[in-house]
Structure formats: structure tokens, C-alpha cells
Design a protein around this ligand. Structure first.
Ligand code: BG6
Length: 478
């Protein structure tokens, strides 16, 4: 008996890192929640030689072996998911695999709606788009055809434009899902609510009150087995051009008039366009031992860390420096945005101990998601002694599981909702900024693993009389 399929999700690169660590676990979670679309089939494409059965075993081992889930895997749900997965082996650079896919879809997974998820190296996108078109797989047969692609899309403005041009040639904008998974993280989505559905905070976030802004996305781990990808990308393009710019845009964009995809995207673009690139205010780092990683050139000059300074050129923020840093093998895995306030004009307790600390508003994107406000408070006792205290909103206290970003990405793509995806103008605006900073000639400085990056990063901020904030491991931890 053939099944009645309603949607086929074709995943290119299903044996790769992204699919195994993010997509399949997200599909598992959807299966567990009973949220997989009815009649879904998953067709994975990879280079490894597997039969359907062998591929399912491989995935099963991965799921329970190096378990990316924070929870246990139920065999029943796993079996349910695995039974939906089919596998085809082939080289995505060659036309044969596309013929094979077409045949498989015709004979085994007959269905009108198709989503192509490119979980591959970004430099393969053009080849895949061209093959999808030539093989006729792009053709709609009554239902819909959608394509999903991951950041970084391109390596600079020129190449991003080329990919956008190709996408526009083959698809309509409502078929294209450009992913930046930071947009679908729960804390990122709460930023707009916090800012624009409350009265208290928004009016304080401006040049009159702010001393500066810091944004960090740090990871304790290295590139793992992704040398082939990372060597062509580096930290600035892997996370700076996308995740970190999104963190900046969402926390500083002007108020949208309404909660629509178009309006919010326009506000983010407006903000990105107003960033002032400072080509002499960027530094790069590379972690000790990076050159010995798999698929990394012995003399590699790839950045695994970057730090930069910028400013927003508008009435509200003009003159407020913004320091952004990100990288791998650093002291702590953490992503947060901190608004550091100026000190009050007149202090009552100038001489008291610790009396010189500024207020800080922190959006902790992960881990221990939450929003934290630091303020000074008198420590109980006869003496006047001040301490930093924290008002904290912690997701942990809500006692709900935060959905993984990829769960939402998949659900939205199944439903055809593009609100939390990137369109071509936004992508190009991000690249324009990155291109204008330049920095191609700046060599990375080697830094110790487990540190906060190279000395050059400290010098960058210290030149302005400031210091990097140490992200607190205790926020919302208990
Ligand atoms: C990806 C980068 O986009 O984001 C990786 O390519 C990085 O290098 C990852 O590790 C981090 O994502 P998350 O959701 O774990 O913070």
C-alpha cells in the first residue's frame, strides 16, 4: 500500500553536522509534540553509502550517542520519526543525484508539496539551485515548492547578490526561506515585546542615558569537524554578519508601526543602514591549535574570533559606541547584549565602596535566558556600603521548555510563514556593512583557548577608556 504523502522535505547534506545536530533533533521534538505535518516524508541526500535501513540506524546512533537533546529519547517517537525518513546517496555536484531524486519522488513519495532544505556548505548553493532547475525538480505540480538556505549566504555583497539573483530567477520571494536561526530563538523574539509593549525601558535607551553597548556571542568549543566550512568563512562571516548583527538590530531598531514581517524587517534594515563602519576598529584572533584541526591549512589565517567597534548614525544613538565580539574556544558559551548606562550626574554616595559601577540592562540570549537589570543598592548595616544587585526575569522560573530555534524554523516553513526569515535587501545590507569594515589585510592574533580572545581585543576597547564586561555565569542559573 502506498502512503498518501502531503509534503516531502528534501534535506541536502543529511549526514552533515547541521542536519544531525539541529534538524533531526528538531524533527524529533516535533514528532514528540505531535506537530509534524500529516503525510510528511523526509528524503535525505548524502554522500555516504547507506540503504534506507542503514541510514536510519546511523541516525539512531547519533541521536542517542552524542545526544544533542537535553532530554531522553523515547524509542517510540524515534521509530515514528525514522519511519518517515528515506535516504539517497549521491554527489550533489552531479546531475545523476537529481535524476534519482526525481524518480524517487515520482515513484515512492508522490506528493505535490516539496521543501528543499540546503543543509550543505554555502558554496554549494549555486550548483544545487541550477541542478534543481535543470532537473525540473523546481516545477510546481499544483502544490508548493520552497527552498530553505542557511547563513552565510555569500561571502560578501557581490556573491550574496549573485545568489539572490539566482534565487529570484528560479523562485518567487514567497518560496525562499533564508535562515538565521537566531531570529527564532525565544529570547530574541521577546526583545520586541520587552521594548515596545512596556513603557519603562524604551525611553531610557538613547544617547542621553547610555555610555555604550556591548554584544557578545562566545563559545567554549572549537570548530569541531567543520574545518572545510570554517576555512572559507571565519568568525566574522560565520556569526558576525548574521547572528550578531541581528542581536544589534533587534535591540536598537526604531519602533515598528505594526507587528508585520515587512515592517519589522524594514526597521532592521533602516538600523543596519545607519551603522558606521570603522575599518580601523576591527581585530581578529585565532585560537591556539586551530591550524591542527581537521581540514585546516597549516598556515591558515582564518579568524576564529573578531571584535569590532561601530556606532549608529541616528539622532537617538549618535556617539554611543557599540563593541561587538564573537568567537570560538573562549572562556564561556554565552550570547548577550548589554546596555551600559552613564553614571548619574550627581551621586549621593560618591566615596562609598563600589559606588562607581554603572547600571546595565542585559538581554541574555543564552544560556540561562532572561533579562537582567543591574543597579546599586545599599548593603544592610551601619556603614554606607553599596553592592551591585540584579532584577532578573528568568525563563527558568516559568518552568516551560524553550523551543529550539530549528523547531520554529521548520514549523514556519511548513506553514509558509516567513516572518522570521531574511529577505534579499536585509541580507545585502548586512553584507554592505561587513564589506565596508574590510579588515582583509589584518592578520589574526593567536589567543589561548579558554581565554576571552586576543590582547588586541582588549586594546580595542581600552583605547576608549572602557573594558569588556565579564558575562556572569550566575544570571538566571538557579
Ligand atoms: C551557527 C554557526 O550559525 O551558529 C556555528 O555556524 C555556531 O559556528 C552556531 O556554533 C551557534 O548556534 P547556537 O544556536 O548553538 O548558539
Amino acid at each position: 500500500m502506498t502512503e498518501d504523502y502531503k509534503l516531502v522535505l528534501v534535506i541536502f547534506g543529511i549526514t552533515g553536522n547541521l542536519a544531525q545536530i539541529k534538524l533531526l533533533p528538531a524533527l524529533y521534538d516535533l514528532a514528540k509534540l505531535g506537530m509534524l505535518p500529516k503525510g510528511l516524508a523526509i528524503l535525505g541526500i548524502g554522500r555516504k553509502k547507506f540503504t534506507n535501513g542503514e541510514f536510519r540506524e546511523f541516525t539512531k546512533e547519533r541521536m542517542s550517542g552524542r545526544n544533542p537533546h537535553e532530554h531522553n529519547i523515547s524509542t517510540e517517537t524515534e521509530e515514528k520519526l525514522l519511519s518517515k525518513i528515506h535516504y539517497l546517496e549521491g554527489d550533489i555536484n552531479e546531475k545523476e543525484i537529481y535524476k534519482k531524486i526525481r524518480l524517487y519522488l515520482q515513484e515512492k513519495l508522490t506528493c505535490e508539496n516539496k521543501i528543499f532544505y540546503l543543509a550543505t556548505y554555502p558554496f554549494l548553493y549555486e550548483t544545487i539551485f541550477n541542478h534543481l532547475e535543470k532537473s525540473g525538480l523546481n516545477k510546481k505540480a499544483g502544490g508548493f515548492v520552497r527552498v530553505m538556505i542557511e547563513k552565510p549566504i555569500g561571502t560578501d555583497l557581490k556573491s550574496a547578490r549573485k545568489i539572490n539573483g539566482l534565487l529570484e530567477k528560479y523562485y518567487k520571494e514567497d518560496q525562499i526561506y533564508r535562515i538565521d536561526h537566531y531570529l527564532t530563538k525565544e529570547m530574541m523574539q521577546n526583545i520586541l515585546t520587552f521594548r515596545f509593549d512596556n513603557r519603562i525601558f524604551e525611553q531610557l535607551i538613547n544617547r542621553d542615558n547610555l555610555d555604550h553597548i556591548q554584544i557578545i556571542m562566545a563559545e567554549e568549543f572549537g570548530i569541531e569537524l567543520r574545518g572545510g566550512y570554517y576555512e572559507r568563512t571565519g568568525a566574522l562571516k560565520d556569526i558576525g554578519q548574521n547572528h550578531l548583527l541581528q542581536m544589534l538590530a533587534l535591540t536598537t531598531m526604531q519602533p515598528p508601526q505594526n507587528f508585520t514581517n515587512e515592517e519589522i524587517t524594514n526597521k532592521r534594515i533602516e538600523l543596519l543602514k545607519s551603522l558606521i563602519p570603522e575599518p580601523r576598529k576591527i581585530v581578529f584572533g585565532q585560537y591556539e591549535g586551530y591550524r591542527k584541526e581537521k581540514d585546516v591549512a597549516p598556515g591558515s589565517l582564518t579568524d576564529t574570533f573578531f571584535a569590532l567597534r561601530t556606532e549608529i548614525n541616528n539622532e537617538r544613538f549618535k556617539g554611543v559606541p557599540i563593541y561587538i565580539r564573537g568567537g570560538k574556544k573562549l572562556a564561556q558559551t554565552v550570547a548577550e547584549v548589554s546596555f551600559v548606562f552613564k553614571k548619574p550626574d550627581r551621586r549621593l554616595t560618591k566615596a562609598a565602596e563600589l559606588a562607581n559601577q554603572p547600571n546595565i540592562l542585559i538581554y541574555r540570549i543564552q544560556p540561562n535566558e532572561g533579562i537582567v537589570l543591574r543597579f546599586l543598592s545599599k548593603f544592610p548595616g551601619e556603614k554606607m556600603k553599596l553592592e551591585n544587585e540584579y532584577m532578573q526575569f528568568c525563563y527558568r522560573n516559568l518552568k516551560v521548555n524553550l523551543p529550539d530555534a530549528y523547531l520554529k524554523i521548520l514549523l514556519d516553513a511548513f506553514a509558509g510563514d516567513q516572518t522570521f526569515f531574511i529577505d534579499a535587501p536585509e541580507l545585502e545590507t548586512q553584507w554592505e556593512f561587513i564589506d565596508r569594515i574590510g579588515g582583509k589585510d589584518i592578520k589574526p592574533e593567536i589567543y589561548k583557548t579558554g581565554s576571552w580572545g586576543p590582547k588586541a581585543a582588549d586594546k580595542l576597547i581600552e583605547a576608549d577608556g572602557r573594558k569588556w564586561l565579564e558575562p556572569s555565569p550566575v544570571f538566571c542559573a538557579l
